[in-house]
Every structure is written in C-alpha cells, then in structure tokens.
Ligand binder design. Structure first.
Ligand SMILES: [Zn+2]
Ligand SMILES: [Zn+2]
Ligand SMILES: [Zn+2]
Length: 777
C-alpha cells in the first residue's frame, strides 16, 4: 500500500551532505517526494510502500553521512500526491524560527587531497578544492539556511563543470555549497607588506615556500583567520617571529605534513593521534621527543609541543613545497585577536612580515585553532568517569580541551535540564566565549579572547549577534559573572533584559556538569586563577557542594593578601613573599624578598594593609611556589609560572609517595586548606639543595593528595558520590592525575573536563547551564 510521510530532522543536518544522502537513498528505494532545508533543519516528504519508508527511516537514524548528527527525527502521515513527481531536492526556505546546528569547519578529506595531488584532475594544485564531506562551513556562513547565497562564496558564480557536479545527485559535490574550481573559484595572491601583488596563480605557493625556506616570516590566510608562519627548524627565523610579534615565551604551534612526521617530533598516545588526524584538526599538545630539528625557541622551557596537521588544501600544498615543519601561530600582535579580515590583516600583520599569502574568499567569522592536551595515562582502574557522546574523536579519555574553537564551535551541546527561556550567557573576561541556549540545546561560540582588547570586544559583540541568529535564539534572559568590572558583565547589565548573576566558580563546576550531562549534585573542586566571590573577595581555591541550581561553599584554600591586584598576577614573586610571610614568618619573607626584588618591603607592607584585596586562589599558590624556587618571578603570559612549575616535574614519575603535607582547619565557611607546611618544606628542600624537579613533584603530589582527602571527606558528609574538577588550575595534568587517583581510590566518581575547557573558555557554558536549571521548561 502506498503511503506518504512527512519527516522533520533536526541536529547537524545542513552543510553536511544530508540532502544528497536522503536523495540517493530515496531514489534507490523507489520513493517519490522531496527533501529540503528549512530554518529548523531538514524536511522530507517521501511516498512509496511502507516497507521502503521504514527502511528510509532506519537509514536516516542509523547511517547518516559522516559529518551529520541527527538530534531528532519525527514523522507524520500526510495525503499522497499524484505519483508523477519523482524525487527532488528543493530550494531552501527561510520560513520559521531557525533552530539548526550549523556545521563546524572540516579539514580537507582524503578524496579531495588525492585529487589535489593528481596531475590529471581538473583541480590539480587548486587550493580551494572541497566537497560535501569537507571544507569551510561556520567561518563562511553569513546567515541561515545554509546555501551558497548566504555564504562568502556568494560572489563566485559556478562554471558549467562545477554546476554540473553540484546538480548531479551521484556526484561527491552534489550541493557542496563552497564548490569551486580554478576556472570559477577563489584565487591565491602573494602580496608584499604594502599590499602590492608579488605573485598570482600557479607560482604563488612555490614563491611563498621559497621565502619561508630563506628565513622570512609570512602571514598565511587559513580557515578562520591568518597565521604567522616561519620555518620551525630555523632558530633565527623563529626568534625573529617572536621579536616582531612581541611574544616573549608563549609557545608557538607547529604544522607538520603528516602523522609520521608528527610521531617523530612528539610522543603521541593513541588518543592524541586520533585527535590529531581527526577532521577537526585541533592543535594537540604532546610531550616532545628529544633532539628533533624543531628550534628550541618554538616552545621555550616546556616539555610539550603543540602540533597540528594541514586542514586546508593550501596547507597541504605549502607543507609539501616547504618539506619541513612550519610554525603556524595566530596572526596577531601579542594578545590581540587573530586577524581575519583582509584589509585589517594587511594593516596589522603587514609590518610583521615579508609577504602575505592571501586569497579572495572572505572569512565571515574569525575562528582560532582549537587546542587539546594529551594527558599522561592513568593506572588502570582509576578511570571512573562516565562516557559521554562522542564529539567525533574516537576516544576522548586521555584528552583535555584547552581551547574549544575551530572544528568544535558551534557544535550544539545537550543541556542536562531543558529550559523554558531563550538564554544568552556572556562568559568571563579572559579567554571569553559566549553561549546561547533554548529548549534542550546549548550552542557555545568560538574562542573570542581577552575582552580588554578593543578588537576582541568588537568580536564579542559580533559573536553575540551572529550566534543568536544562527541558533535561532532571541534572548529573554542574560546570564553573567558576578564580577562587576568584567566587560561582559557590563554588556549584560546594559541589555534591557532580565539578568542572572552566576558566581564564577559555580559556573566552572556547572560547565563540568553540563559536559557530563549531570543534574544531580556533586562536590565541586574549583581550582582557578581569580573569580569574584559573593563576599567581595577574590575566590579561586573552592570546595563547593553544587548542582546546576545552586551551590554551598564548604571549604576553601587559606586566604592571603593579593598585593597590587593584577600586578600580583604578573609578578609571582609578590605571592611568594605573601605566602612566605603568612606561613613562615616575616624573617623568612624578608630573606626571600631581599633575594628577589628591591620593592619587597613596600609589597610586604601593602600585603599587611587592611584595604588590600585577599584571595583564596590556587593559581596564585602555584605562582608563589614557582617564584620561591626561582623558576619564574615575572610572567609574560597567563599562568606561565604554573605551567613551568608543572613542566619542571615532568621527569619525575607519578608515584604513591604522598609528597608534602597539607593541613586543614575550620572557619565559618567550612574546611580551610592551609598549604603553609608545604611551603615550609619547599623552602627547606630548596635550601638543602634538593633537585627542583623533585621539589615540584612533591608539591604537586602533596597538594593533590590533600585536596582529594578534603574533597572526599566533604563529599562523604554531604552524602555525595561524585566529585567534579574544574577551573584553570586543572589544566595541570599532574595535579589532575593525583587528585583523580586519590578520589577514585576513595570510591568516588570523578568528573573531569574532556570536551569543555576547564579554564574560563568554559564559563559561558556553565552560566547557560545554571540559567537553564533556574528556568526549566
Ligand atoms: Zn572533500
Ligand atoms: Zn568551476
Ligand atoms: Zn576561572
């Protein structure tokens, strides 16, 4: 019996080859009807035998195309047609409120790479080759529904050959919106720093490669912005890049041609390699092999190197022409946002480079490379955290998201508690991201950066509008941080909307709960830099009984002065002085102060003044220890001292040795973790000439054990079975490993971050989760 069904499919179903997939199967099953995009997803009307319709339904659910993610599939029976229509792909319609997930940008697929390198292919050497399974998406979409006219490809009219592929349901480029070829598509240009053309056409890549090989610095236009590039094996070129970019020590990422070369540079766990080769192509931080050709200045003082593989056809061509690893660092000056607009790039990057490798396909949304850290393996039996949905990486255990951006944003995240409101969450001040949410879905933006920079703030404003539009959210509630001076908070307060202030560390723990799809309470350990507490002091070493609806502070690190506010963040020696005085007395502090900085007496006096801010920050404790050891008394990038302190312990295996011991006391807010005895041992061992790697390891292991014991005790008192670890300090792999091991041994489930960053890049996700739970559907 003939039947006609109308299907509605939601999820990541646009720009991922979904319509051609439906077309092929419908035709193969002898069905008639149509498939089309609209602003809610994909609509299908299919008519034929109920057996064929059931089979189509099964294939939609079980065998969707590789890049698609079906969130919901619903259907209803509708009146049959006259049977003469065949099966068609119909034009997109913009009706209704958009609710689609826009696809992420996808690295060039193997089929396209093969064509790129085939001299007989009509796209041989063409740097904008793509197909339904790969290519730019999020970064070129101006509005939805996703079709060519609403992307930055709108200005390129397809030639007849491309048009034929685009219209042929059997072709890999059927409805591939950015489809192009050398005849009709975008073209490369090599420009001098003033914007004059140095080369065009086929010569561009070879010319650019020659310049890189002779030690020059180039700006290279990628998917979500420009990179600054130099020969990673050329120490002089890398040093020159550092000088021009005004970046003293912060590590550069390196792009290599293939996985074999990656393995020769870094020790890659199976998880790390799967992330590296995935179509999302993040930067993967992994331990570097000794004695490689990569210049030391690429990642000074650090055991890890950030690697990535080519993800655009241009990268493939350039890496092949250069034949060695290239530094590919974001195209900006110091901490500014990455340049993505061509005019802006020439203005900002022109003075830093010998040439600009550009092209005429505009980037609509800036999107930095994502960064994932490979964590050292844990002993078996200690991995008790629950598995969540795959994000396209075969196994996320052993990986930690550090920056969630290109390849991951704007992929939707399921809300543990569906909301009845339309939410905007504006995030934190540093490493800002924003998020929107409605019903069951949250969509977080790409990495926006530090809002104190005006270009980043402009980017923030653009992201709020663009993301709301793409996700079809018209915010009727805005969630923000408690800190009144964050520019994101000020923006939220100026909106004419009801608002909800979410405490910073509650947001961190909530981001971990959202990631794990959990609405039940946990004991949250938020170890972080600085975040405003409800008491007006700066928190950052917090033990909270928390769920998405609220939290109770049940413990914290001992509070000390933060002399000079932000200056104390930039100059870790100040925290070393404060901690020395607080735990060992003024005499020791004096002795340390005299060693390190002639402003010590003034800073010590300031730290004792009653108006000086106080903090319970764990990040500042790590700073203090790094400074006491003389590893780093002033930083040139965020968390540098803590990162170098962890790096210092890299050669010391994780043992069962308890390390230095923490003491706990009590105050009105519950348990107080006092690291004074740890600091006393650090100084004593330092003065006794113990090796610094051992001292650093004992600090990490002792602190981690002490924190885990306290968390286990508090979890027991509150009747909780799980502990969530969040905050920027949990980017520290050693600390995380020790805390996890101890908590697992105590029989507790441990929730750690894998797909959402533990740092402030995850704050908007936590804020949205809290706002959703406060306003359930
Ligand atoms: Zn492809
Ligand atoms: Zn063409
Ligand atoms: Zn934070």
């Amino acid at each position: 019996m003939t039947e006609r069904r109308r299907f509605r499919v939601t999820g990541t179903v646009q720009g991922v080859g979904f319509r051609p997939f439906v077309y092929r199967h419908a035709v193969a099953l002898g069905l008639v009807g149509y498939v089309g995009n609209d602003s809610e997803g994909v609509v299908i009307e299919a008519e034929g035998s109920s057996g064929s319709l059931d089979e189509l339904t099964r294939r939609l659910m079980e065998e969707p195309p590789p890049l698609a993610h079906v969130a919901t599939l619903e259907w209803a029976t509708v009146p049959t047609g006259d049977g003469s229509e065949g099966f068609r792909i119909v034009d997109s319609r913009a009706a209704g409120a958009p609710a689609v997930a826009v696809s992420v940008d996808v690295a060039t697929c193997d089929d396209c790479v093969a064509e790129l390198l085939d001299p007989d292919d009509r796209r041989y050497g063409y740097p904008f080759i793509n197909c339904t399974n790969c290519g730019p998406r999020y970064t070129i979409i101006r509005s939805i529904p996703y079709d060519r006219s609403s992307t930055t490809m709108a200005g390129f009219a397809m030639c007849s050959a491309c048009r034929a592929e685009y219209e042929d349901p059997a072709d890999r480029r059927f409805h591939a919106e950015p489809n192009a070829c050398p005849v009709c598509g975008p073209q490369l240009r090599l420009l001098d720093p003033d914007g004059h053309v140095l080369a065009e056409g086929a010569d561009v890549v070879l010319e650019a490669a020659g310049m890189l090989l002779s030690g020059h610095v180039l700006a290279v236009k990628g998917l979500g912005g420009y990179h600054l590039s130099a020969d990673a094996t050329d120490s002089a070129a890398v040093a020159e890049l550092r000088r021009r970019k005004a970046r003293d020590d912060k590590p550069f990422a390196v792009m290599v041609a293939d996985p074999a070369l990656a393995r020769s540079l870094c020790r890659l766990s199976p998880a790390a390699e799967s992330a590296l080769v995935s179509a999302r192509r993040p930067i993967v931080l992994a331990p570097r092999e000794p004695g490689t050709a990569v210049a030391e200045a690429v990642a000074p003082n650090l055991p890890d190197l950030g690697l990535m593989l080519p993800y655009t056809p241009l990268h493939h061509l350039l890496l092949a022409a250069v034949g060695r690893p290239l530094v590919m660092t974001s195209g900006n000056l110091s901490d500014e946002p990455i340049a993505h607009d061509d005019t802006d790039a020439l203005t900002r990057l022109g003075p830093l480079v010998e040439a600009v490798l550009s092209h005429d396909r505009p980037i609509h949304i800036r999107c930095d490379d994502s960064v994932i850290r490979a964590l050292p393996p844990l002993a078996s039996g200690s991995q008790s955290d629950k598995k969540t949905v795959s994000f396209g990486l075969p196994e996320a255990a052993g990986l930690q998201m550090v920056r969630r951006s290109r390849g991951f944003a704007p992929e939707p995240i399921a809300l543990p508690v569906p909301t009845g409101r339309q939410l905007l969450a504006v995030g934190a001040e540093l490493k800002n991201t924003v998020a929107v949410a409605k019903e069951t879905t949250l969509v977080a933006s790409h990495h926006i950066g530090d809002l104190e920079h005006l270009p980043a703030y402009r980017s923030f404003l653009q992201a709020v509008n663009h993301l709301s539009h793409l996700a079809g959210v018209e915010p009727d509630l805005v969630a923000h941080d408690l800190h009144p001076e964050y520019l994101s908070t000020k923006f939220a307060m100026d909106l004419d909307l009801p608002s909800l202030a979410v405490q910073h560390h509650h947001a961190h723990i909530a981001s971990c709960l959202v990631e794990h799809g959990r609405s039940e309470p946990v004991l949250g350990v938020a170890f972080d830099g600085l975040g405003m507490g409800p008491d007006g002091t700066l928190w950052g070493g917090e033990l909270l009984v928390a769920d998405l609806t609220g939290y109770r502070r049940v413990g914290h690190l001992r509070s000390v002065a933060l002399p000079g506010g932000n200056q104390a963040v930039r100059e870790p020696w100040r925290m070393a002085l404060v901690w020395a005085a607080a735990s060992l007395g003024e005499e020791v502090a004096e002795r340390y102060g005299k060693e390190v900085d002639d402003r010590w007496a003034a800073v010590l006096a300031l730290s004792q003044h009653s108006n000086t801010a106080t903090t319970t920050s764990a990040g500042r404790l790590f700073d203090a220890v790094a400074a006491l050891l003389g590893l780093r008394s002033k930083v040139t990038y965020e968390a540098q001292a803590a990162i170098e302190l962890e790096a210092c312990a890299a050669g010391v295996p994780l043992t069962e040795c308890p390390g230095y011991e923490l003491v706990t006391t009590r105050d009105a807010d519950g348990l107080v973790l006092d690291p004074s005895p740890i600091l006393a041992r650090v100084l004593a061992d330092r003065d006794a000439g113990e090796p610094y790697p051992l001292i650093s390891a004992r600090f990490h292991d002792g602190l981690g054990r002490g924190v885990a014991l306290a968390a286990a005790e508090l979890a027991g008192q509150a009747g909780l079975d799980a502990v969530a670890l969040s905050g920027g300090v949990f980017q520290n792999a050693r600390l995380t490993a020790v805390v996890r091991r101890e908590l697992s041994n105590a029989g507790l489930a441990v929730l750690v971050h894998q797909r959402v960053p533990p740092n402030d890049g995850g704050i908007s996700i936590g804020q949205a989760g809290v706002a959703a739970a406060a306003n359930p559907a």
